[in-house]
Design a protein. Structure first.
Lengths: 112, 112
């Protein structure tokens, strides 16, 4: 069975600082991995996805994530936080033709 | 532009009343999903449909019902049997083989 763990339900960073949001997954087969972003009272929007091509995946808004099989991790990073990055971020995993499993989300606060 | 439209955005109902949330997509996707979102719990799958006239229960289907009479439409009914219906409801669809979900803007249901 697949599962996702997001460490830290709330993360605060200063504007301009590194953003690091952690995601660990379990999967019995090579997974597809995703990061989504959600702004208040809106739906989720895809940031980036890993589908077994390059292990370093670049997404929108300057975010990227690295797939590390040995650590079963898919952490999301951004070198310099912007105020507009304040949102909730969800990591998700799926296996081929299976349902998507979401983590419980991490709310990112950016302090001016 | 292609996308998913959910309505209404906000809905207030009294206890004991059934309510139907609309979800329409023009992405030509076969698979559609309904998720429930509560603070700190991530997204939980209520129902999904992979083809017209067919649908399956997700992880928390009790107290909900759906229909899939047209490819474009996947309405969700929150029945009076749902014990705690106040939540944010998200509809999504996905093209085949990718696992990537496309979300609507959500419907916030408050039961008074």
């Amino acid at each position: 069975a697949q599962s996702v763990t997001q460490l830290g339900s709330h993360v605060s960073v200063s504007e301009g600082a590194l953003v690091l949001l952690r995601c660990n997954y379990s999967s019995s087969v090579p997974p597809y991995l995703f990061w989504y972003v959600q702004y208040p009272n809106q739906g989720l929007q895809l940031l980036l996805k890993y589908t077994s091509a390059a292990t370093l995946v670049k997404g929108i808004n300057g975010f990227e994530a690295e797939f590390k099989k040995s650590e079963t991790s898919f952490h999301l990073t951004k070198p310099s936080a912007h105020m507009s990055d304040a949102a909730e971020y969800f990591c998700a995993v799926t296996e081929h033709n299976q349902k998507v499993t979401f983590g419980t989300g991490t709310k990112l606060q950016v302090i001016p | 532009d292609g996308g998913i439209t959910q309505s209404p955005k906000y809905l207030f109902r009294k206890e004991g009343q059934n309510v139907t949330l609309s979800c329409e997509q023009n992405l030509n996707h076969d698979a559609m999903y309904w998720y429930r979102q509560d603070p700190g719990q991530g997204l939980r799958l209520i129902y999904y449909s992979q083809i017209v006239n067919d649908f399956q229960k997700g992880d928390i289907a009790e107290g909900y019902s759906v229909s899939r009479e047209k490819k474009e439409s996947f309405p969700l009914t929150v029945t009076s049997a749902q014990k705690n219906p106040t939540a944010f409801y998200l509809c999504a669809s996905t093209p085949p083989e990718t696992g990537e979900l496309f979300f609507g803007e959500g419907s916030r249901l408050t039961v008074l």
